[in-house]
Design a protein around this ligand. Structure first.
Ligand code: C2E
Ligand code: MG
Ligand code: MG
Length: 711
């Protein structure tokens, strides 16, 4: 029943009739319905108010709504149930209304309320119907409780408001689009990303700002969503800004549907990934090239060598690896400084590059060493011709910006054909030949001969000795402080392994760790490192620095790894949250699923993960998204001084990337105050390097833990 049914005046019943065919209205006349009964069945509150504004009668609903008993209500001025704020004006309003004599309904837009007996107010709709009985004016007042409706409306408003905020204030660019890919709503971030006004975007269709080659993408994505096999589709698309600049965005598109499942519109949450892609390109280039000379680096060389090996195996012919080392280059660096040294390296690289055939690869191997991969040789003697061509570039002196330098080089040459089984030892053999070239007086090329094998044997010997080093107590863990750059206090230590060889003295981890990895001994060495380091860290203050321990790729395939770590933590009492494991990209490359599983099991215990040597691999970025580390350790090559502006930009970009992803960024190998202040200015979180301290024995580490470094 409508709330104001009683206010509609006379009820006309023209069609209905009782059973005898008598018009229904006549039937009603014969059986008058009493007011009281009508009042009783009405769902709304009804009161009779006389021309003085006094309540004379009310139904049960009315008394219930007001909270008064009927005998309390009768005789009371109607103003008593008008909220105090509206009471003063009410008397005049009531008189005017009574004089007009028209039925009137007052809806919720007026926000009407009833003052209840207990002082509370109740939201209501009111309908007033003036009638004349026995010559006196009365007002029938109908009241309907709308509090439930109003609070529902309020809740709806609130949800809408919250939603609007979430949409409009969202930092992520968002748009709602219709089936024709026209924008029906966009937020500020979306406008900012596209560099266009809201009006512009809502006006035209998306082809205005979509890259012409990407016009078909949206339609195919929408087809998939419309087909209903997926809830959400992620895809990449290019937009064109008004200034012509192209940006690449990642879009996550889902649908808003009616209750019946019909699509209302599409919800697009977008992300500008232009910079990220650029960074990925730069990193990929950086990963494969030497920043100083622009030549291929070792990774790229290894890759090309593998391909060359395969080609020789399949099609025959010869290939050769030449290891080129500049003679007495260290003297240039020492006497004329690094800047001249760098300039000379770049000049040497340039000249060698100019005699490198398109099918060959020239690589900077490190320091003043270069590798040349020659392919498609008809005989192994041709390798000597390549060597002669390379030596030829040193005949003429190098004119530097400030000086002229005479520079010579020595070359070790090793050729290979389909009969050669082992690619990994090629460079080592070239190194043996190079050693012979140096010994024979430098400035020459020497071809490898298996009789020169003494060096390789010593490698083998070392591997054998390493096996005994553990038992012989020659291995120890040292600890290098990790410094929080904002406070310059020590917040962690990286455990680094040391081998004190009885006759060779100190052997560097860069020599014996790869050896241990080759021979599989790394699993035992790794377990030793974990045991020693965790035990040492457990003696530090309970809220003291955390410990980072390096993990090799091989250790991930050790089925006991997680159990070993758990056992050592339990035995020592070190909280898992104070242990961070350093992993490199090579760890995940071998078996991604298995490695991620191990990492998940470790992190579920509260153990942290740091990405070591970040930026030096092929796919650092990809790896970063897979592993979700707490710390990124930027490789020293990005931190050390360089004249290459790209490397400087990369360092900045990686720091920014870390901030965006909420990952702490640590700079490795800080050696100078200049590097430190640059890193601090960039907002890099953590640092490690000889400027603070090298790795020290456990006893010294404990003393370093509370040290604050000067700013
Ligand atoms: P990493 O994990 O990247 O360790 C950093 C290396 O940089 C360490 O070399 C450290 O001594 C060195 N370093 C620190 N500050 C500076 C600096 O200011 N300048 C320079 N030039 N170098 C600095 P280290 O100890 O020779 O270790 C070399 C690599 O051997 C480590 O690289 C790590 O990959 C591996 N390694 C060391 N200990 C272990 C271990 O217990 N387990 C495994 N799996 N690998 C280890
Ligand atoms: Mg490390
Ligand atoms: Mg590192």
């Amino acid at each position: 029943m409508a709330p104001n049914a009683a206010g509609r005046g006379a009820i006309r019943v023209s069609m209905a009739s009782n059973e005898g065919g008598e018009p229904f209205i006549d039937f009603l006349e014969r059986h008058p319905l009493t007011w009281e009964r009508l009042l009783h069945v009405l769902p709304d509150g009804v009161a009779f108010v006389d021309d003085e504004g006094i309540i004379r009668h009310a139904n049960g609903v009315f008394t219930a709504l007001t909270g008064y008993d009927l005998d309390e209500l009768v005789g009371r001025p109607v103003e008593d149930i008008v909220p105090s704020g509206a009471r003063a004006a009410h008397v005049a309003q009531r008189r005017r209304f009574s004089d007009e004599g028209r039925v009137r309904t007052m809806g919720r837009h007026l926000n009407l309320a009833l003052a209840r007996r207990d002082g509370s107010e109740l939201a209501v709709d009111i309908a007033l119907a003036p009638i004349v009985l026995d010559g006196r004016r009365w007002i029938i007042t109908l009241v309907r409780d709308t509090s439930a409706e109003r609070s529902a409306a309020r809740a709806r408003d609130e949800i809408e408001q919250r939603f609007r905020l979430a949409f409009e204030e969202n930092m992520a660019p968002m748009a709602f689009t219709d089936l024709d890919d026209r924008c029906i709503a966009v937020n500020d971030a979306f406008c900012a990303m596209l560099g266009r006004s809201r009006e512009e975007l809502l006006d035209g269709d998306s082809s205005v700002f979509t890259h012409p080659e990407d016009l078909g993408i949206t339609e195919s994505v929408q087809q998939r969503l419309l087909a209903g096999d997926v809830e959400r589709v992620r895809y990449i698309k290019r937009y064109v800004k008004p200034d012509g600049r192209v940006i690449v965005v990642e879009i996550s598109k889902s649908t808003a549907r009616t209750e019946r499942g019909d699509i209302l519109y599409f919800v697009n949450s977008e992300r500008d990934i232009t910079d990220e892609l650029e960074l990925a390109d730069q990193l990929a280039h950086q990963a494969l090239h030497d920043p100083l000379t622009g030549l291929a680096n070792r990774s790229l060389f290894d890759d090309r060598l593998a391909q060359a090996f395969e080609r020789v195996g399949r099609y025959g012919g010869f290939g050769a690896v030449l290891l080129i080392d500049l003679d007495d280059f260290k003297g240039i660096n020492d006497t004329r400084g690094h800047i001249v040294g760098d300039e000379l390296l770049a000049a040497v690289a340039g000249r060698m590059q100019s005699v490198t055939r398109a099918s060959d690869t020239l690589c900077r191997f490190g320091g003043d060493e270069f590798l040349y991969l020659a392919e498609g040789l008809a005989s192994d003697e041709e390798a000597q011709q390549v060597a002669a061509r390379l030596l030829g570039v040193f005949d003429e002196a190098f004119a530097m910006s400030a000086t002229v330098v005479e520079q010579r080089a020595s070359i070790g040459v090793v050729s290979f054909d389909a009969g050669r089984a082992d690619r990994d030892t090629l460079v080592r053999d070239a190194d043996v030949a190079l050693y012979e070239a140096k010994r024979a007086g430098k400035n020459r090329a020497v071809a490898f001969d298996p009789s020169m094998h003494h060096r390789a044997t010593s490698h083998f010997e070392l591997a054998r000795e390493l096996r005994h080093a553990l038992a012989a107590d020659e291995l120890a863990m040292h600890y290098q402080p990790i410094v929080e750059l904002s406070t310059m206090t020590v917040v962690g230590f990286e455990a680094l392994m040391r081998w004190q060889h009885p006759t060779h003295g100190f052997v560097a981890p860069s020599v014996f760790i790869p050896l241990a990895e080759e021979t599989g001994l790394i699993v035992e060495l790794g377990a030793f490192a974990l045991r020693e380091a965790i035990a040492a860290a457990a003696t530090w203050a309970p809220d003291g620095p955390y410990l980072t321990v390096n993990l090799s790729a091989r250790q991930f395939h050790d089925p006991d790894l997680v159990a070993t770590i758990e056992r050592e933590l339990k035995a020592s009492g070190l909280a898992p949250g104070r242990l961070v494991l350093e992993v490199t990209e090579s760890a995940t490359l071998s078996d991604v699923a298995e490695t991620l599983d191990v990492i998940d099991r470790l992190t579920s215990h509260g153990i942290g993960i740091a990405l070591d040597d970040f930026g030096t691999g092929y796919s650092s970025l990809h790896y970063l998204t897979l592993v979700h580390p707490q710390i990124i350790k930027i490789d020293q090559s990005f931190v050390s001084p360089t004249h290459d502006p790209r490397t400087r930009t990369l360092l900045e970009t990686i720091v920014t990337l870390g901030q965006k992803l909420d990952v702490e960024v640590l700079a490795e190998g800080i050696e100078t105050d200049e590097q430190l202040s640059r890193l601090r200015a960039l907002g890099c979180d953590l640092g490690q390097g000889y400027l603070f301290a090298p790795a020290v024995a456990a006893a010294e580490a404990a003393a370093l833990a509370t040290r604050r470094f000067g700013v």
